[in-house]
Design a protein around this ligand. Sequence first.
Ligand code: SF4
Length: 332
Amino acid sequence: MDKALLELRDVSKRFVKPLDTAARIAKAFGAKREAEVVHAVDHANLSIQSGEVVGLVGESGCGKSTLGRMAVGLHTLSSGTRCWQSEDMAQLSGSELRRRQLAMQMIFQDPYASLNPRMRIQDIVGEAPLAHGMTTRVEQKDYVASLLQKVGLDPALVRRFPHQFSGGQRARIGIARALAVQPELLVCDEAVAALDVSIQAQVLNLFIELRNELKLTYLFISHDLGVVRHISDRVVIMYLGRIVESSPTAELFAQANHPYTSALLASAPKLEVKKIDFVAVKGEIPSPLHPPSGCHFHPRCPHAMPRCSVEQPVLKEIAPQHYSACHLNDVV
Ligand code: SF4
């Protein structure tokens, strides 16, 4: 297999949830109170080939956005390694690090919140390429106009402010801003979730066109299986900070292996409304604050066995390019 463009090796991210005032006072009077640790991402491995579109799916709170932010360097790693074309990013510094960082950009869910309302589109989109010497002050307007054209916006609108655009247009501005520094990898975090269904389809088609035209690679994060199915070559499923299955898209939808993936596919139309109630939960509900020992899916798994409560299953290749983390695959 070719060298991966981006590879996350055994990465984890833990956040410490500080004590609130009441807990601090209780602690001062001798009560046993400790800051809680949230295990947002737990020993995850993710490899993205050049030109590939990888869909990252899971319920809200499963750690997929955190993993996306770790991928582009917006979150530091608590442990593990982040490699760009097999080079450990932690070993790089100065211009080498900046060059690789520019090659990966993030597109956020809420285009309005991520655009400075006091800046004109020309400055929002043109600021980074100007700072990094990709254009000059004189050429900035034309540079931005060509980017707007690329994402399907009228270049004559460069002097407008974000509030003068619709939601779909703002999403396109967010894409133009990411493209402005000529990236190779885009991490799109719920990039179409805030849009109407008809606009979603237009923006998804734009992503596909841009991929073909600019040879882009995507990590497409979404809770919406329909969106991911439409755009991805490969789908990665996350549950409670762990990757439980990874497979080519068609195979995953035809032959899901992991019990969680099966439950996710069966519940797809209800995903946006509430958390999925798979089966009667046995014992305490696991969470990133209280990850269970053994398989994280164990308290909800209809196929759980004694081994699952004590031993964490690892991702194993069960068919070409299809990986699943479940002890059921060890049973013959
Ligand atoms: Fe269920 Fe065990 Fe497989 Fe986890 S490892 S999904 S608990 S059968």
